[in-house]
Design a protein around this ligand. Sequence first.
Ligand code: ADP
Ligand code: MG
Length: 351
Amino acid sequence: ASALSLRGVQHTFAANHVVKGIDLDIAQGEVVCLLGPSGCGKTTLLRIAAGLEVVQEGTVSLEGQAIAAPGRRHVPPEKRNVGLAFQDSALFPHLSVLENVTFGLKHLPSGQRRARALELLAQLGMADYAETYPHMLSGGQQQRVALARALAPTPKLMLLDEPFSSLDARLRDRIRDDTLHVLKKLGSATLLVTHDPEEAMFMADRIALMRDGRIVQTGTPRELYCAPVDPFVVTFFGEVNELEGVVKGGVVQTPVGPVDASWLPEGSAAQVMIRPEALRIKERDLPADAHSHSHVVMAKLLGRTSLIHLCAHGAKGQEAHLHARVPGVFLPQEGQPIDIDLDHSQVFIFP
Ligand code: ADP
Ligand code: MG
């Protein structure tokens, strides 16, 4: 049975319908990221799974056992064998770091508690702080202790809400990596909430992308990135060039060439979305008056990639300003004539 199964879950605060019918399954050992913009209902859904909110509509099952449904006995969070770490997880201020982590280990023989807690603290880079008290730690350090405390009892299911949000960018990469290793080693099924698509792609076996109380698409990071079901999914994963056109002869003509639209009705309007990395640029020798040809408007080095603003001229006289992203250092001159090739795997078309 699934480690966690949500069926038809809905939730309303006063007149505010924030969760609008969610079905989601998490397999044993699987890491699922609940991804979506701020306010779309992620935290509410996680709190329902944890038992911190009483279910109004739908069912929550852990390993095939329905533990929460309207009118049914509500199993409290501490009886669910679930590890919780929230954005603002408070540590016990009067207990040391080590005591905070051993707190959830009452089921272990006392001799093993300390060793287990120290192991987790070491995996999250906090072993040196075992005797420290929470008020002496930075926000990021407190977040790591909260993670260690949630992971130490090896729960079957981990529920993590933006657990890396207080960490600065460099530390965050390391702690994400460490946390993923710990989760995979423990084999805990995990539902991790984040608004950061890169974090979701790094952490997740599967992503459930939410918008306005509903799941828009569920799949592997690759499925969401390479086979998005609608424009929202495309734009959520990064900047994209948007063009409009009409389907004619099964294609939409764009300034960078025809795009297959054979699945759309002939004569209908279509939205073409071209990821910046789909535009492949080749410099080209042309005489001085090159501006009737596609050309570079501006080139910027961003570090791992270069961003090229370009003006594309189509065979039929159409023109568009587009952004291209090229790996490494590529800084052609302003006005440089270019040829543009399309990587069609990163071009999407919608009605
Ligand atoms: P997310 O975690 O995706 O940012 P939340 O689940 O926190 O979204 O919030 C979804 C919506 O529900 C928001 O409009 C928020 O204001 C509202 N909300 C959340 N918690 C409560 C609450 N306890 N009482 C009333 N409204 C709430
Ligand atoms: Mg939230």
